[in-house]
Write a protein that binds this ligand. Structure first.
Ligand code: GLV
Length: 379
């Protein structure tokens, strides 16, 4: 892993190791992928100020996220099918995050279940919730997350319908993989992946298996989501979830100042400014371009997290400078997971932390709390 010096190295390694359908699933944006691309290009446009001759010998990336100590302002984002990038992927990524001292978020659409992860790791993790039509089932998922002592519920609010990802349809994306000749040939060239998935605890959606009979058999993911996810989801449901979830609530998928204002009064502890990694409304603003006005309006009322294109410590510094308290990153750690399991995720986190530490030094800043507008040269 030492020769993996940046997230791009991990990305290339993951491409060599993980079957196409799954790496495509993780990388895709919706439709023309304009918002996916904008997330990166708008981040890269932000230029940082190089400052000199400040004593930066005592730097630390240590901070708090939702009041809990964190070794850096980063949480691993919820990623569906994490356990298809590497067998037991959710457990491995959670272990790496916890060893590094940052939060891990388990997706509703994970392969390992809440209980699988809880019994395999030492500390609480966050659970991400998708709201499906069957509210009794949603209640039971919330109860399971509470029983597993999850320390926050991350409610995703931007996926009541799914933005089409062309490649998933072309790949016949399903879990477990569809037995088609092209898939079989692809998997045959990825023996280490096949072995890890074969040895993994589960081969299908761990939180859902058994509850929706038949869905394990080859249902194409987007079709299943279209049938089960609830397009009636509204602020009333947030109230309901707030009333039955005893812990911290994070609303993920806020991309509008008006929505942020409502979220700030909803009783949630934090919002995540996010366009779902460019996977939902194509043509929507990049996350980073909308972060400053949102942070300005609600930053003093609610903790603002940022998600959307984070691939480096420099990117984390950019988001913090524009008003985020902390960031989430999904693909960056998924590349690590595909490239090298737990060690790969650990490396992804370490790479971004080291980059942040060096970036802070070169910006003349010693504490993450001091990263603000003053470090921006131009946008
Ligand atoms: C689910 O979260 C997805 O974006 O596919």
């Amino acid at each position: 892993m030492r020769t993996m010096t940046c997230i791009e190295d991990l990305r290339q390694a993951a491409h060599r190791k993980v079957p196409r359908a799954f790496i495509d699933y993780a990388e895709s944006g919706s439709y023309a992928e304009q918002t996916l691309a904008a997330n990166r290009t708008d981040l890269e446009r932000i230029k940082l100020r190089q400052r000199i001759l400040h004593d930066v010998s005592q730097r630390t990336t240590q901070t708090t996220i939702l009041g809990e100590p964190a070794s850096m302002p980063l949480a691993l984002a919820p990623i569906g099918l994490c356990g298809m990038q590497h067998g037991d992927g959710e457990i491995l990524a959670c272990r790496a995050a916890q060893a590094a001292g940052i939060p891990f978020t388990l997706s509703t659409m994970s392969i390992c279940s809440i209980e699988d992860v809880a019994s395999a790791v030492g500390k609480p993790f966050w659970f991400q919730l998708y709201v499906m039509k069957d509210r009794g089932y949603i209640r039971s998922l919330i109860e399971r997350a509470a029983a597993a002592k999850c320390s926050a519920l991350v409610l995703t609010v931007d996926l009541q319908v799914i933005g089409q990802r062309h490649r998933d349809i072309k790949n016949g994306m399903s879990v477990p993989p569809q037995i088609r000749l092209a898939n079989l040939i692809d998997i045959a060239t990825k023996p280490a992946w096949a072995l890890s998935v074969l040895r993994g605890k589960r081969k299908t959606f761990g939180n859902i298996a058994g509850h929706y009979p038949g869905m394990e058999s080859v249902t194409v993911l987007s079709k299943w989501i279209a049938e089960q996810f609830d397009a009636t989801l509204s602020w009333k449901d947030v109230e309901w979830i707030r009333s039955i979830w005893p812990g911290k609530l994070i609303l993920k998928g806020i991309l509008d100042i008006e929505d942020a204002g409502i979220a700030a009064k909803s009783g949630a502890s934090a919002i995540v400014v996010s366009n779902h990694g460019g996977r939902q409304l194509d043509g929507a603003s990049s996350s980073i371009s909308i972060l400053p006005p949102i942070a300005e309006v609600v930053g003093s009322q609610i903790e603002v997290m940022f998600d959307g294109g984070i691939r480096s410590g420099q990117d984390i510094a950019r988001a913090l400078a524009l008003g985020a308290r902390s960031c989430m990153s999904g693909r960056a750690y998924i590349y690590g997971l595909g490239a090298g399991g737990q060690a790969g995720v650990a490396r992804a986190i370490e790479i971004m932390r080291n980059e942040l530490l060096t970036t802070m030094a070169l910006m003349g800043v010693s504490r993450v709390e001091d990263i603000d507008r003053r470090v921006i040269a131009s946008m």
